[in-house]
Design a protein around this ligand. Structure first.
Ligand SMILES: Nc1nc2c(ncn2[C@@H]2O[C@H](COP(=O)(O)OP(=O)(O)O)[C@@H](O)[C@H]2O)c(=O)[nH]1
Ligand SMILES: [Mg+2]
Length: 165
């Protein structure tokens, strides 16, 4: 029987959550770069092994969808907080983590310092210092980053993957 593991992606609108889901679930070589705000939710599935699939669920980042977040977070094995790598965006993400800290208490958390390709991007280590959670650098529009994206999800699910192995 296949077990589904829920991984939620949260973060401000425009951070790159939908692009990251596409990167991880879609074999295409070129990732579309037009921005379309996610209407509430976006999702995709990746296969870890014969018996385990990961459901990636994006929580629409715009503030008028925030009312759904507490519900969407429920049952998540891992929450991936996606942020742009500008100081302003990272500070906003830190506030977001603070605001939802009660809902994030019993779940593994990692952060993605996305858009590392943009000039002046903060290094993942600096983003990690500010957010206080393990942080991975990412360029979600670059298909070459796909393997790093998988590794990041697998390392976030390490307890579960060890059990499955
Ligand atoms: N330069 C650059 N742009 C990115 C990257 N990831 C996403 N984007 C762009 O940022 C915009 C917002 O991305 P999207 O995935 O829709 O953000 P979401 O609102 O968090 O789902 C889109 O135009 C993407 O093409 C990246 O790593 N680098
Ligand atoms: Mg989106």
């Amino acid at each position: 029987m296949t077990q589904y593991v829920k991984v939620s992606l949260m973060g401000s609108g425009y951070a790159g959550k939908s692009t990251l889901i596409k990167l991880l679930t879609d074999g295409t070589k070129k990732l579309e770069t037009n921005y379309r705000p996610t209407p509430g939710m976006d999702c995709g599935t990746i296969t870890l092994d014969d018996s385990t699939k990961v459901s990636l669920v994006e929580m629409g980042g715009q503030s008028h969808f925030e009312f759904m977040w507490a519900d969407l977070l429920k049952g998540s094995k891992l929450v991936v907080v996606v942020t742009e790598s500008t100081p302003k965006a990272v500070l906003k993400t830190r506030q977001l983590l603070h605001k939802y800290k009660d809902h994030l208490q019993n779940v593994d958390l990692i952060a993605v310092a996305n858009k590392q390709d943009l000039p002046g991007a903060m290094k993942p280590e600096s983003v990690q210092d500010l957010l206080g959670i393990p942080t991975f650098g990412m360029v979600a529009i670059d298909p070459k980053e796909r393997i790093n994206g998988y590794k990041m999800i697998v390392s976030g699910l390490r307890d579960l993957v060890q059990v499955a192995a």
